[in-house]
Design a protein around this ligand. Structure first.
Ligand SMILES: *Cc1c(COP(=O)(O)O)cnc(C)c1O
Length: 466
C-alpha cells in the first residue's frame, strides 16, 4: 500500500512515512493510492470479532506488512486495553431505530482517545525501531491535548508539549491535561486564544532547521493514522446493530468539526461497509451544512456554542473528501484549493453537488435545540447526551430519514461538558476518574503567546534526558 498527496506532488511513500509526515509536504493531505475493498463474504466473517481483532483486520490492510503481525496486534491491544468498557466502543439502543455509539470510554472521556491511544503507541513503536526520540508539539482547544498527553505519557522515546489557551478550556479539560506529572510532558498555557496557539505551532513547524534538529512531529487530526483508527468503529457498530435487527444499509449521524470522524465513515463505506446516509451534524458553525446543501464552501462568522470541540470554521480534513469527489484528480483539487485561497470560497457545480448529496446529508443545530434535545432525551429515555452528541441526535431527527435505523456517534461523556448540562437543570454525578482530578496538583507554565519564548521552553524539554 502506497500513499500519495491529494495535491499530487509527493512521491509515493509507505505507511510509517505517512504517519511521520502528517501534513503532506506539498500542502495537501496524504491518502492511500487505492482504497482496499473488502468483499461481502470477508465482511461476514469479520462480524463476530472482538473490537481489537476487528481493528487488527482493518488496520492491516493499510499497514500492509510494515509492522510485523505480532507487534501490530500488541500495539492494538495496548491501545484499547486502556478503555474502561470491555467492548471498547459499545452500541446502546436508546429508542426504536436509534442507537448511540459510545466512543467515550477511553482515558479522557472523548472519542479522540480511540485515535490517539493508537497514534501514541505507533509513535512509540517507531521511536523504538529507529532509536530516534520523537518530540510532539500540538495546540489544542481542549480534547485533543488531553487525549494526546494520555496517549504518550510515560512512553519510552517520546516527549510532548501541548499549548492551550490559558483559562479558555473547560475545567475538566484543563485538569486532564495539567494534572499529569511527568518530565516528558510540558503544558504551556498561553496568554491568548486557540488561534494564537495554532499560529505559533505552524510557524515553529515552518522552521525546518528546528523541526529536523528536534525530530518534531504533529498530532493533529490530518494524520492518516487517526482517520484509520476511527474507521474501525463504523464496522464494529454495523456488526452490533446487524445482530439485533435486519438492516441493509446503516445510517450514521456524526457530530462534525474538522471532518475527520465523518471522513472515517466515508472511508468505511468505500471499503465496502453497507453505509446508507452519513449525516454531517454541525452546530451553529455550519460551513459544512451550507456546502452540502448549496455547494458553497465558505467560512462564516465564528460562533461560540455549547459544543466547543465543533466550533470550527475551516474543516482541515475536507480536502480528503474533495479528492474523491473530484475522481482522485490532484490537479482539480489544487485548482479548488487555490480558488479557496484567493477567493475565500469553493463553489461546486450542480452535477458534483448531486454526488455530494448522495454521499451526505447535513443539518446544523442551534444552541437552544442542542440544550432542548439533551433535556428531552433525559426526560424520555433517561439517557444523558453530551452537547456534541446532542447535535448528532438532533440532526438525525431533522433529517429526511427519522424512521430509518441510525447510529449517532457519541463523541464525549457529558461530565466533560457540565457547563451545558447545568444549563439544562440536570445534575450529574461525575465518574470517579473525573472527580479525582479536582484534588490533584496541576503542572503548567503560563507563557506569553510569543514564538521565541515558547521555542526556548521547547529546547529545554527536548534536551532533557528521558
Ligand atoms: C474533536 C471533536 C469533535 C469533532 O470531530 P472532527 O473529527 O473534528 O469532526 C466532535 N466532538 C467532540 C467531543 C470532539 O472532541
Amino acid at each position: 500500500m502506497k500513499y500519495i498527496s491529494t495535491r499530487g506532488n509527493v512521491n509515493e511513500i509507505g505507511f510509517i512515512d505517512t504517519v511521520l509526515m502528517g501534513l503532506a509536504t506539498d500542502g495537501g493531505l496524504l491518502v492511500p493510492e487505492q482504497i482496499p475493498h473488502i468483499p461481502a463474504e470477508k465482511l461476514q466473517s469479520m462480524s463476530k470479532l472482538s473490537y481489537q481483532e476487528l481493528a487488527y483486520e482493518i488496520i492491516s490492510y493499510y499497514v500492509d506488512g510494515e509492522i510485523p503481525e505480532n507487534e501490530l496486534k500488541e500495539l492494538i491491544n495496548k491501545s484499547y486495553g486502556t478503555f474502561r468498557h470491555p467492548e471498547v466502543t459499545p452500541v446502546q439502543k436508546i429508542k426504536d431505530n436509534m442507537y448511540v455509539l459510545e466512543l467515550f470510554h477511553g482515558p479522557t472521556f472523548a472519542f479522540k482517545d480511540v485515535a490517539l491511544q493508537f497514534l501514541g503507541n505507533l509513535y512509540s513503536y517507531i521511536a523504538k525501531k529507529t532509536g530516534v526520540t520523537i518530540n510532539i508539539l500540538g495546540a489544542t482547544s481542549g480534547d485533543t491535548g488531553a487525549s494526546a498527553i494520555e496517549g504518550v505519557r510515560g512512553k519510552e522515546g517520546i516527549r510532548i508539549c501541548i499549548l492551550h489557551p490559558h483559562g479558555k478550556v473547560s475545567r475538566v479539560q484543563e485538569l486532564q491535561m495539567t494534572t499529569v506529572n511527568d518530565p516528558t510532558v510540558l503544558n504551556l498555557a498561553i496568554e491568548g486564544t486557540f488561534d494564537d496557539g495554532q499560529r505559533i505551532i505552524k510557524e515553529i513547524f515552518a522552521d525546518l532547521e528546528f523541526k529536523e534538529k528536534y525530530h518534531l512531529r504533529a498530532i493533529n487530526s490530518i494524520n492518516f493514522a487517526r482517520i484509520l483508527a476511527q474507521t474501525v468503529y463504523y464496522f464494529y457498530a454495523y456488526f452490533q446493530v446487524a445482530k439485533e435487527q435486519d438492516i441493509k444499509n446503516l445510517n450514521f449521524s456524526v457530530p462534525t468539526g474538522n471532518f475527520g470522524d465523518i471522513f472515517a465513515g466515508y472511508l468505511a463505506k468505500r471499503m465496502g461497509l453497507p453505509v446508507g446516509k452519513l449525516i454531517v451534524a454541525t452546530n451553529e458553525n455550519n460551513i459544512l451544512e451550507r456546502f452540502i446543501k448549496d455547494g458553497v464552501y465558505q467560512p462564516g462568522e465564528f460562533r461560540g456554542t455549547y459544543s466547543p470541540s465543533m466550533d470550527i470554521q475551516v474543516a482541515s480534513n475536507f480536502e480528503r473528501y474533495l479528492y474523491y469527489l473530484l475522481d482522485e484528480n490532484p490537479s482539480a483539487v489544487r485548482e479548488l484549493m487555490d480558488q479557496f485561497k484567493s477567493e475565500g470560497k469553493i463553489v461546486v457545480g450542480e452535477e458534483l453537488l448531486r454526488q455530494v448529496q448522495v454521499d451526505f446529508a447535513a443539518h446544523g443545530v442551534r444552541n437552544e435545540e442542542c440544550l432542548q434535545t439533551i433535556k428531552t432525551y433525559y426526560a424520555d429515555t433517561n439517557y444523558l447526551l453530551d452537547p456534541h452528541t446532542s447535535c448528532g441526535v438532533a440532526a438525525y431527527e431533522k433529517s429526511s430519514i427519522p424512521n430509518e435505523v441510525c447510529v449517532t456517534l457519541s463523541t464525549a461523556h457529558p461530565a466533560k461538558f457540565n457547563e451545558a448540562i447545568e444549563l439544562c437543570n440536570i445534575e450529574q454525578t461525575y465518574p470517579e476518574q473525573i472527580q479525582q482530578l479536582f484534588d490533584k496538583p496541576q503542572f503548567l507554565e503560563v507563557v506569553r503567546a510569543d514564538n521565541e519564548e515558547i521555542a526556548r521552553r521547547l529546547k529545554k524539554l527536548f534536551s532533557s534526558a528521558q
